[in-house]
Ligand binder design. Structure first.
Ligand code: FRU
Length: 444
């Protein structure tokens, strides 16, 4: 879309996730994920692993480098209390030949990265070059942790692979690519909400138009005294958006802000890790969000939400009427988070991380009151079983799982049985709320 198109678009309202639709969010047989049990062994016992993304080609397919595929993840030492991990987040990489057994490559950067810690992003492999987009959280060298955020990138590094393994190495050139403009995207000082976001850049090239975009998480400015949400200030604080930037030339280093793809003003504060998958000629836009970031009066869940449109900048409609695509089960409401969909000819596949299990309280606030040993024991800190989702127009349905952290290529057939390939219990499929207890809650 040219600047002119964007200017025209600015006259029109941003597609919205409305309160009317969001109040329909509720668990049902097609959206509740099966209960997750710990794997035999976490992917890397030395670190907590959470938000994860795949090294992809420009067309969005999973990159294969001399037979290796690569994931990048936010990580923190596993002896750190899980709740503190965001404060020290470090991007590490892992590589695999079969998408099941992952080898640890170590931290991607070794100095010079922007921010006091790095949060989620995406990574492009293009013509032998690697472009790594990430969130600079806080300022480099700050004495006290701040929550400033901007979109950053690094290029100039190399990926070398041989029979033995794969190495991602610098030197990297880091640069800030986008800051909020205060007009389409709220700045930190404008923020009136519980949290503030300008993060999670995700590279996307539209196969229909060949245009090159970054999709990201932001907030729409809602000044005091605004008419939004019937003038109710309590609702106005919830102003999440899915932001958009474009590279007018396709150069993966040059970006300009555009109008948001979607917003959730009066509905939700955080539309996290947005990304797009094109399937059956439609554009599916996905985000993760929390129960506690829904505006007053909306009873949401920690889950994966989706929207569908006929063009990238089209009028997005919530999937399943409400937007809900994957919900954690009611008795394990924080078992997974930060879902990432990727395409496969059989089903849509969805990666996420294994969060708090054996915990059935409606909020995570009480985790901090557990003994530290329990906070460690009940945190998965590794990849969750990959979900299989059947997408049919505006409808989706969870139809099975693959094992923890399994990332198949499009050319690799999925198991015949949609259920867990290790023949684990396909617990509770198709039965609303029909999941077994995850093993008692220690009276907590
Ligand atoms: C989602 C998220 C991301 C952010 C990261 C910080 O799990 O909140 O939006 O980049 O975690 O750890």
């Amino acid at each position: 879309m040219s600047d002119q198109d964007d200017a025209t678009r600015r006259g029109a309202a941003t597609p919205a996730w409305t309160r009317e639709r969001a109040t329909r969010v509720g668990r049902d047989a097609g959206t509740v994920a099966p209960i997750i049990y710990p794997p035999d062994r976490p992917l890397d016992p030395s670190v907590h692993i959470w938000d994860t993304w795949l090294l992809r080609n420009r067309d969005g397919s999973i990159a294969e480098i001399d037979g290796w595929r690569v994931i990048l993840s936010l990580t923190a030492p596993s002896d750190l209390l899980p709740g503190k991990r965001h404060d020290v987040a470090t991007i590490r990489y892992f590589y695999s030949r079969d998408g099941r057994r992952w080898h640890s490559g170590g931290p991607v950067f070794s100095g010079g990265e922007l921010g006091s810690r790095q949060w989620a992003g995406s990574v492009l492999h293009d013509d032998g070059d690697v472009y790594l987009y990430y969130t600079a959280a806080g300022e480099s060298d700050e004495a006290h942790l701040s929550y400033t955020q901007y979109l950053a990138m690094a290029d100039g590094g190399t990926v070398e692979a041989d029979e033995e393994g794969l190495r991602i190495e610098g030197p990297w050139e880091h640069r800030a690519v986008l800051h909020p403009d205060g007009d389409r995207y709220e700045t930190e000082s404008q923020s009136r909400g519980m949290t503030y976001t300008f993060r999670d850049p995700w590279f996307y090239e539209d196969p229909e138009t060949g245009r090159t975009y970054l999709v990201f998480e932001g907030n729409t400015p809602v000044p005091e005294g605004s008419e939004a949400c019937g003038g109710d200030p309590a609702q106005q604080e919830f102003n999440g958006s899915v932001g958009l930037a474009e590279s007018p030339t396709g150069d993966p280093t040059e970006w300009e802000l555009r109008e948001p793809l979607l917003d959730a003003v009066c509905v939700n504060q955080e539309l996290e890790r947005p990304h797009v998958v094109r399937r059956d000629g439609r554009y599916y836009l996905f985000v993760s969000s929390h129960r506690h970031t829904f505006a007053p009066g909306i009873d949401g869940v920690d889950g994966f939400y989706g929207f569908v449109a006929d063009s990238l900048r089209g009028e997005y409609r919530p999937l399943n009427d409400s937007g809900l695509v994957v919900a954690n089960p009611e008795n394990a409401p924080f078992q997974a988070y930060s879902w990432l969909a990727f395409d496969h000819p059989d089903d849509l596949l969805v990666n996420s991380f294994f969060g708090y299990f054996d915990y059935d309280r409606p909020s995570l606030d009480e985790v901090a009151q557990l003994p530290e040993s329990e906070q460690f024991r009940r945190f998965g800190g590794t990849l969750a079983p990959t979900l299989r989702i059947e997408l049919d127009g505006d409808r989706s349905r969870i139809v099975g799982t693959l094992e923890h952290g399994h990332i198949p290529l499009g050319s690799e057939p999925l198991p015949d049985s949609p259920f867990d390939e290790r023949a684990a219990e396909p617990s509770g499929y198709g039965r609303e709320g029909g999941h077994p207890e995850p093993g008692g809650t220690d009276g907590f």
